[in-house]
Write a protein that binds this ligand. Structure first.
Ligand code: NAD
Length: 276
């Protein structure tokens, strides 16, 4: 698998294409999918405590016999583990489940009101070398402003819902200005059929002999975004990885940006505060 790397503000190289494992929880399905993803060449995996599959992912990584350093593993602090002490405990549990000494990336899953204590724990774990990149997910500008005001170490990445129907233009520019990387979850609009069959995208896909999914993922790459599409279908996993051998021109990028409808699939679109 060809991959490109994007540098975080601290110099850590992040593979721009990763593999999301949300909802891959069924036994059997999960193992097969991860094994296949590793076989295809994926090394960057995105999980979270709440996905309930850290342990299974850890087992597959170990079973692969590929050196730990070749993987890039992300997990996230869940809402019920906010605060300094709880986050430190949550990190230890996550690392243990994944069977790793360090995490490549650790994110605050959602901005709940007391995320400053959480962040202090993340800063400390970062300083101890236990996390290579610290960041957040689902943070809006107001959350980032608050965090930037109090943080010793600014967040290095924000993982947010992003796809052509919801391109996050404003937040994208804000992140760029503040040297915070943009990572897209739901990069394919969570497999939305209308998006994946969009006539405009089909025309662009046809011109490049690519699929609509590949065009969408390429659109993210051109914007400097890190993507973590999810699939349990080996053919699609492979398809989603073949996005480094073509480019989109300004006109095509512009056409895709016109698909913005403001439609989002987020669990809680009203401020992203779950269990405040
Ligand atoms: P996605 O946009 O990656 O869509 C996945 C779905 O798209 C698949 O289930 C499949 O139905 C379809 N699909 C995949 N490849 C395809 C292809 N080549 N052609 C046609 N259809 C295809 O959505 P997602 O899974 O929600 O997001 C990806 C990852 O992001 C997750 O697995 C998870 O790791 C992460 N995530 C994070 C958050 C968060 O709050 N931080 C929320 C949701 C997801």
């Amino acid at each position: 698998l060809e991959n490109q790397r994007i540098e975080a503000v601290n110099g850590v190289q992040i593979p721009q294409l990763g593999f999301g494992v949300y909802k891959l929880t069924n036994k059997g399905e999960f193992e097969t999918a991860i094994r296949e993803a590793i076989r295809i060449g994926y090394r960057h995996f995105d999980t979270a405590k709440i996905y309930g599959n850290e342990e299974a992912l850890g087992i597959e990584i170990q079973k692969s016999r590929i050196p730990r350093e070749q993987f890039f593993i992300t997990s996230k602090v869940w809402n019920t583990d906010h605060g300094y002490e709880a986050t430190k405990r949550a990190f230890e549990q996550t690392a243990k489940k994944l069977k790793v000494e360090y995490l490549d990336m650790y994110l605050i899953h959602f901005a709940s009101p007391d995320y400053m204590g959480t962040w202090r724990a993340m800063e400390e774990l970062y300083s101890q070398g236990k996390i290579k990149v610290i960041g957040v997910a689902n943070f809006e500008i107001q959350h980032l402003e608050e965090l930037l005001k109090h943080a010793k170490i600014p967040p290095m990445i924000n993982q947010i819902e992003t796809h052509p129907e919801f391109p996050q233009n404003k937040l994208h520019n804000y992140l760029k200005e503040h040297q915070i990387l943009h990572q897209a979850w739901g990069p394919l609009g969570q497999g939305n059929k209308t998006l994946l069959a969009h006539p405009e995208l089909q025309i662009i896909a046809h011109a490049h002999q690519k699929t609509v999914a590949q065009v969408i993922l390429r659109w993210h790459l051109e914007r400097g975004i890190i993507v973590i599409p999810k699939s349990s279908n080996p053919k699609r996993m492979k398809e989603n990885s073949q996005i480094f051998d073509f480019g989109l021109n300004a006109d095509e990028m512009e056409k895709i940006s016109r698909l913005n409808t403001g439609k989002r699939y987020a669990i809680n679109p009203t401020g992203y505060i779950i269990n405040p």
